[in-house]
Design a protein around this ligand. Structure first.
Ligand code: SAM
Length: 223
């Protein structure tokens, strides 16, 4: 009947909303990116709703049974490992398929690393461009960064720990000097925000690769 797209915390469990907790308790089924991960969240909040994996490996095979349940009148909540499903996370195909089947799709808003980092970055947020992860292949990535170079809006990029140094070096090389904010482990115990210039940040990350999850906010191009 209804597919609820439910945002969950990106670290601090207190960030879950009252509405998210109610929906997770009330639905017939929760479908999750990784059931082991979501199980911990459900156990913490004493939620006993049945839980199924959706994304682990065979997304296509899992789509039909979930749609079948929605069509049979069941309410389902979609969650990802952290933050908002569909934002650089799986979920889009299920959401689109549910819409195509004329099911109601209801967002339950909440944490998102991109928005959390923008909240504290101190860079303009009236317009921003969300990149998510940069392309994997070096040639494609560098070309893509070139396309962002003259964008006047603040840019938000998700960095993986293993590739952060390489990606920052390339960004510094192509963009030149820019103000940036790197949010690390946002809402977690070791949360920190590093604000300064892109080239300084690139040097710092290359010499001392930081641990944990990172989101980068870069000032837009100025004439
Ligand atoms: N759907 C999620 C959201 O709404 O934020 C994003 C999922 S994406 C697979 C994971 C990336 O988000 C990480 O590699 C990191 O760049 C960013 N991220 C997630 N949690 C974070 C946190 N606590 N602090 C900083 N960045 C985070």
């Amino acid at each position: 009947m209804v597919l609820y797209v439910v945002a969950t915390p990106i670290g601090n469990l207190e960030d879950i909303t009252f509405r998210a907790l109610r929906i997770l308790k009330e639905v017939d089924l929760i479908v999750a990116e990784d059931t082991r991960h979501t199980r911990k969240l459900l156990t913490h909040f004493e939620i006993q709703t049945p839980l199924n994996s959706f994304f682990e490996h065979r997304e296509n095979e899992k789509l039909a049974p979930i749609l079948g349940k929605l069509k049979a009148g069941k309410n389902i909540a979609l969650v990802s490992d952290a933050g908002t499903p569909g934002i650089s996370d799986p979920g889009f195909r299920l959401i689109r398929a549910a819409i195509e089947e004329n099911m109601d799709v209801v967002p339950i808003p909440g944490p998102c690393a991109a928005i959390a980092c923008l909240q504290a970055a101190g860079l303009p947020t009236d317009h921003f461009f969300f990149v998510g992860f940069l392309p994997e292949k070096p040639g494609k990535r560098q070309k893509y960064i070139e396309t962002l170079k003259n964008l006047p809006h603040t840019i938000v990029i998700y960095l993986s720990r293993w590739k952060a140094a390489k990606h920052l070096e390339e960004l510094a090389q192509i963009f030149g000097e820019r103000n940036v904010c790197l949010g690390r482990e946002i809402t977690k115990m070791h949360e920190e925000f590093w604000r300064g210039s892109l080239s300084e940040l690139a040097k710092k990350v290359v010499s001392q690769p930081p641990k944990g999850e990172m989101t980068l906010v870069i000032e837009g191009f100025k004439e």
